[in-house]
Design a protein around this ligand. Sequence first.
Ligand SMILES: [Zn+2]
Length: 109
Amino acid sequence: MAEKLLPCPFCGASASIERLGDRSRSTIYQCDSCSCSLETGEEWGHGSDWNRRTLPPSIRDFLGKVQGVCMGVAMSGRDHPNTDGALMELFNEAQTILFPSTPTEGGAE
Ligand SMILES: [Zn+2]
């Protein structure tokens, strides 16, 4: 039985199994939207190789915020209202995601 496939790691669209593999042929996963695909030697537990490639939701959300700030800065250039503040906020969030046990500024010592 195949695992439920997680969304495409590149565009977030749904994915499907194009070919179920076995001992004599490979398994092929295909994004339903972009041209992303994965060919693997999976013989059973179909879906696990595709799902392993997907970013955790917290990382996806964070990357979306980084993209938003970068686009805001790129569009407003030097006139961006708070470039340093926005970047510092992203930096702090990255620390929280990557090092969850790191004490935050102003915390107990
Ligand atoms: Zn895709």
